[in-house]
Design a binder for this molecule. Sequence first.
Ligand code: SAH
Length: 465
Amino acid sequence: MADIIKNKNYTVRITDYTDEGLGVGKDEESFLTLFVKDTAIGDKVEAKVLKAKKTYGYAKMISLMEASPDRKDPGCAVFDKCGGCQLRHISYEAQLTWKEKRVADVLERVGGLKAGEDFKMLPIIGMENPLRYRNKAQYPVGIKDRKAVTGFFAERSHRVIPTEDCLIEHAQNASILETIRRYLNERKVPVYDEETHDGLVRHVLIRTAFSSGDIMVCLVLNCDEGDEREFKILDGLADELKKNENIKSFVYNFNNKKTNVIMGRTEKTVFGDHFITEYIGDVGFHISPGSFFQVNPVQTKVLYEKACEYAGLTGKETVWDLYCGIGTISLFLSGKAGHVYGVEVYGQAVENAKENAKINNIDNATFICSKAEDIRIGKDLPAPDVILVDPPRKGCDAKLLETIAEASPRRLVYVSCNPATLARDVKVLTEAGFVLKEVQPVDMFPETTGVETVALLSGPQATPG
Ligand code: SAH
């Protein structure tokens, strides 16, 4: 087989996308794989190779020979520079079709199980209105033409690209940012400069509780909590923000480190509470500036309802919720379970989970700070009837899969943000006697390549059916 040659043009039909949203296709003659930016499944393109590896290459589209019927106008002025949304140039319907197929394909290829034959594959649940779905946004603050600007960092750089609005963020963010920029410019507030580590205002964080419309604004400042003289210049901003009645919480976060990490460790509440409250179903959650919380509350409810249905609870069960974060799923399930045990490695999230249990008067949920793979059945936790896992992208640890097999729950509910590791883990679990019953993809991240899936497996001891 010939090698890919740099600077040579190839003719490629795009058949798939990578996680980063690059189009993937094979050269018509050599069948070597090329990754081509800004293409859509169905496109036929002429592409010039910029980077050649032995059996694949990264190429740039030179001409669009045949346009995919899935293409749409991205409708965003900074689509090509931002990288936040990778699929804005294809129709929402085509995005959903691709996501569903991606889950089914990988379960077959890696998991060895065929949708429709070995398990029931439900059609992906998309959003009725896939716009303005995010409840959290972080905007770097920079300088352009001597004016404070907000936006996002250009790809592989920390230059701020000024942006007025973002269509997946909450509609009110644009006017809040405008208020902040106007204040910074009128008062000549020094804006943070990464190179020199000078200046005060680094980032603006805006979080919204969709259930109430309550908004939290947090400014990340390059100083210490004790440096009051430095941030006194911001004193008048609170009154400006209060003009927007939905802003219920205004917080300074202090981060004077030379780091890419956005948030610092200490905070000061300027007005309102240090948190806003979001409801998923009947359960309320306090969200502070640094709290982890699912970014799409509408689809989170859809996902959790499916997880709850799959858990098949009758009020008596012992449930493990592994990788529980701030306890969102645990608390959502607790009303239907005997007792839920949440396990999470990040101590702060465990504290948030305990607090969330308290504010909802839930007393049948216990939270434990531990690695999920270190849990011992009967020692750390009582034997479970149902196990739910919601691991990060890398999937479940091999040791945890052994524990799950040993625990032999009646049902295992697997919530996954990465179909590839879901399929890998399902293979291990089916070899241990679990049976994959049903798979439900849910679109939590429209316009991006993100795919969320919830899968039901029955345990080795479960009666068939
Ligand atoms: N179920 C939660 C959060 C899922 S995100 C929700 O729906 O909101 C995955 C979580 O797993 C994160 O909170 C992360 O801190 C945690 N985590 C990562 N590795 C872990 C491990 N080895 N053991 C336990 N938790 C882990």
